[in-house]
Design a protein around this ligand. Structure first.
Ligand code: NDP
Length: 334
């Protein structure tokens, strides 16, 4: 495989595939060959609506096709393991949605299975590849804030009506922690070189929708060298900007509107020299950045913006937060 153009199959007739991923794939010249759904009716309607040549309920038949290079798994979270394992059996490369799985056991098995089969497994964490987050990492690594002491993540948003389904249910993949906290971890882990130690957290059910799972959470997570990370994630906050701040001994980074799906946001650096905006050059679609890196990794050039291991590490943080909301105790990240 030397081409940058991939031929994709979709597992999951999902909103994210229709609204973000298929448009991003097509904008890069990739082809989308077909979709698998649990319902023949939904598969057919989805294929028609998204101009896909092939629709099926038979995952193995779809992923076994010769005209497919890679598979994008965007089914609901508790199905990710089953679907990824089917793709691994077919020997195709995989881009799996986050959270990688609903348990660490499942996620570890998925990463191991892909490694054994020699196929690429990447996770659709769109934030780490964003220009804003690459720049924040570059600033921290270059010593712009000195020794990092604290990170604050504001990722409280309003859940749009069209997504007010399984996320608010009582299933194993529901709730704001698996939905959003794992995204926070996907940027904080690489920023702090990935060594999360433990977490304490408190969640709530704030929305008018009678959710069976948490729709808001605040967490405190300790990383190596006693760096403290604070997160606020919610489905219930319509007007707050998202953001990420890094506070160090020599300076502070304040990044606004950077925890979103769109290539927006600004970064300000504050230190002894004053306060200044950091110039950002790359405003490409975040999913196109991710797909470009994925296609390059398939060609053997570089690594995806979030590898299977990165997805596993992000899930480990989210799971410690989830466990802490249930036990009321400090929980190890493992
Ligand atoms: P959707 O609810 O749109 O789709 C998930 C599944 O729900 C589909 O695969 C489909 O099952 C089923 N479904 C969809 N519409 C209907 C319907 N009208 N009636 C019955 N079933 C339906 O989920 P999302 O697109 O929001 O999320 C999918 C995955 O993507 C999740 O893992 C999520 O965490 C992740 N995600 C990631 C984002 C990112 O930025 N990286 C953003 C949003 C989501 P079937 O395939 O069987 O038809």
């Amino acid at each position: 495989m030397t081409s940058s153009i991939l031929r994709w199959a979709l597992i999951g007739a999902s909103d994210i595939a229709a609204t973000r991923m298929v448009p991003a794939m097509r904008a890069l010249g990739h082809r989308v060959v077909g979709v698998a759904s649990n319902s023949a009716e939904r598969a057919a309607a989805y294929a028609a609506a998204n101009d896909l040549p092939y629709a099926t309920t038979d995952v193995d038949a779809l992923v076994g096709r010769d005209d497919i290079d890679a598979v994008y798994v965007s089914s609901t979270n508790e199905q990710h393991r089953r679907h990824v394992e089917a793709v691994v059996r077919a020997g195709k490369h995989i881009l799996c949605e986050k959270p990688l799985a609903t348990s660490m056991e499942d996620a570890t098995a998925m990463v191991d299975a892909a490694a054994r089969a020699g196929v690429l497994l990447a996770v659709n964490h769109h934030l780490p590849g964003a220009d804003t987050h690459r720049e924040i990492r570059r600033l921290v690594r270059s010593g712009a804030v000195g020794r990092p002491l604290a990170v604050r993540v504001f990722h409280a948003v309003a859940l749009p009506p069209r997504l007010q389904g399984w996320r608010l249910g009582g299933g194993p993949g529901a709730g704001v922690i698996l939905d959003i906290t794992c995204h926070d971890a996907s940027v904080v882990n690489p920023l702090l070189d990935g060594v999360a130690i433990d977490a304490v957290a408190m969640s709530a059910q704030q929305g008018p929708w009678g959710a069976q799972s948490e729709d808001a959470v605040v967490a405190a997570i300790r990383f190596a060298d006693d760096v403290l990370v604070q997160t606020h994630d919610a489905f219930t906050v319509p007007f707050a900007p998202t953001g990420l701040e890094v506070h160090g001994e020599e300076g502070s980074i304040v990044a606004t509107d950077v925890m979103t799906q769109d290539p927006i946001g600004r970064i300000t650096l504050r230190d002894r020299a004053g306060t200044r905006d950091i110039e950002l050059g790359d405003r490409r679609d975040l999913y196109q950045i991710l797909l470009d890196a994925f296609a390059a990794a398939v060609r053997g050039e570089g690594v995806p913006t979030a590898t299977g291991q990165d997805g596993l590490a992000a899930l480990a943080v989210a799971h410690a937060v989830l466990r802490s909301t249930r036990t009321g105790q400090r929980e190890a990240v493992r």
